[in-house]
Design a protein around this ligand. Structure first.
Ligand SMILES: C[C@@]1(CC(=O)O)C2=NC(=C\c3[nH]c(c(CCC(=O)O)c3CC(=O)O)Cc3[nH]c(c(CC(=O)O)c3CCC(=O)O)/C=C3\N/C(=C\2)[C@@H](CCC(=O)O)[C@]3(C)CC(=O)O)/[C@H]1CCC(=O)O
Ligand SMILES: C[S@@+](CC[C@H](N)C(=O)[O-])C[C@H]1O[C@@H](n2cnc3c(N)ncnc32)[C@H](O)[C@@H]1O
Length: 235
C-alpha cells in the first residue's frame, strides 16, 4: 500500500469566498498542506486570498509555488519541476496537498501544468480534482447575462492580437467570453466598433470579489486593465 498523500486540485471560484464548494471547503480543512500558485517569490496570490478566511495559518503548511507566467519554455520547465518536487516532498511525508486555483482547476489553470508534470515525474501519485465555479459563470451571474439558451453557440476564446480571428469568433457565435483580454483591449474595442456591437459587450475585473470592477465599455480607451479581466459579448 502507498503511504503517499493525495494531490488535490481545488477550484475555489472567481473571487467571493462564499462561492467555493462544500467539497473544496472540506478538503481545505482536512489537508495539512495548502499549495497556491504565484507569479514571483513573495508576490500575492488571488486564489490564496479567496481561501484566507477559511485557514488558520498556524495549523497549515502554506506552500507558495512560483509559476512564472511567461512563455519562455526554459524558465517554465525549471520552475514547474521545482514546484512538482516541493509538492512531492510533502506527499512523500504522507501529507495530502490541496492546490488551490481560482475558478475551475481544469480550465486554463496552473494546476493543469502541475498535474501533467506530476503524472510524468511521479506516476504513483494519486491526483483528484474538485471543480470550481469559473470566472465565466461568475461573470454571467454578476452581469445578469444568459450565456446560452436553446441552440445558442458559446465560445471561450483567449484574446489575441489578431483582428480577423477575434472578429470571426464574434461573428460565428451567439456569445463569446474573451479571457486574457487586458493586453489587447484596444483591438477588441476596434472589432466591436466595426461590427457595431459595442452595446453588446461587457468587461469585468476580479468578478465577485470585493475588488470587482464592472467597466463602462465606452470609457475603456487607454485604460490599463489587470490580468484578471474578461469580456463577454452577447448578441
Ligand atoms: C504568459 C501569460 C500569458 C497567458 O495568459 O497565456 C500567462 N499569465 C500571464 C499573466 C499573468 N498571470 C497572472 C497574473 C497576475 C494577476 C494578478 O495577480 O493580478 C498575470 C499578470 C502579469 O503577469 O502581469 C496570474 C495567473 N495566471 C494564471 C492564473 C490561474 C491559475 O493559476 O489557475 C492566475 C491567477 C493566480 C492566482 O491565484 O493568483 C494561469 C496561467 N497563466 C499563464 C500564462 C499560464 C501558465 C503559466 C505558468 O504556468 O507559468 C496559465 C496556466 C494559463 C494557461 O496556460 O492558459 C501571461 C503573461 C503576460 C505577458 O507577459 O504577456
Ligand atoms: C488563466 S485563465 C484562468 C481561468 C480560471 N481557471 C477560471 O475557471 O475562471 C485567466 C483569465 O481568466 C479570466 N479571469 C479569471 N478570473 C477572473 C475574475 N475573477 N474576474 C474576471 N476575469 C477572470 C481573465 O480573463 C484571466 O485573464
Amino acid at each position: 500500500m502507498s503511504n503517499l498523500g493525495i494531490l488535490y486540485g481545488l477550484g475555489v471560484g472567481p473571487g467571493d469566498p462564499e462561492l467555493i464548494t462544500v467539497k473544496a471547503f472540506r478538503v481545505i480543512q482536512e489537508s495539512p498542506v495548502i499549495a497556491y500558485p504565484k507569479k514571483l517569490k513573495g508576490s500575492k496570490s488571488y486564489a490564496h486570498r479567496i481561501v484566507d478566511v477559511y485557514i488558520n495559518p498556524e495549523e497549515k503548511d502554506m506552500l507558495g509555488l512560483v509559476f512564472p507566467m511567461t512563455k519562455d519554455e526554459a524558465v517554465l520547465e525549471r520552475e514547474w519541476t521545482k514546484s512538482v518536487e516541493l509538492v512531492y516532498g510533502k506527499l512523500k511525508e504522507g501529507k495530502d496537498v490541496a492546490f488551490v486555483t481560482e475558478g475551475d482547476p481544469l480550465l486554463y489553470s496552473t494546476f493543469i501544468h502541475m498535474m501533467k508534470l506530476m503524472q510524468e515525474m511521479h506516476p504513483d501519485v494519486e491526483i483528484q480534482t474538485v471543480p470550481g465555479i469559473s470566472s465565466f459563470n461568475g461573470s454571467a451571474s454578476r452581469l445578469g447575462i444568459a450565456l446560452a439558451d436553446g441552440d445558442d453557440r458559446v465560445a471561450i476564446v483567449p484574446a489575441h492580437d489578431d483582428y480577423d480571428a477575434m472578429r470571426e469568433a464574434i461573428e460565428s457565435h451567439d456569445a463569446v467570453v474573451f479571457i486574457k483580454v487586458a493586453k489587447v483591449i484596444d483591438l477588441m474595442l476596434e472589432v466591436l466598433r466595426d461590427l457595431d456591437l459595442l452595446d453588446k459587450a461587457s468587461v469585468v475585473t476580479k468578478v465577485t470579489s470585493d475588488e470587482e470592477i464592472i467597466w463602462d465599455v465606452r470609457e475603456l480607451d487607454g485604460v490599463d486593465l489587470e490580468y484578471l479581466t474578461l469580456m463577454v459579448v452577447r448578441k
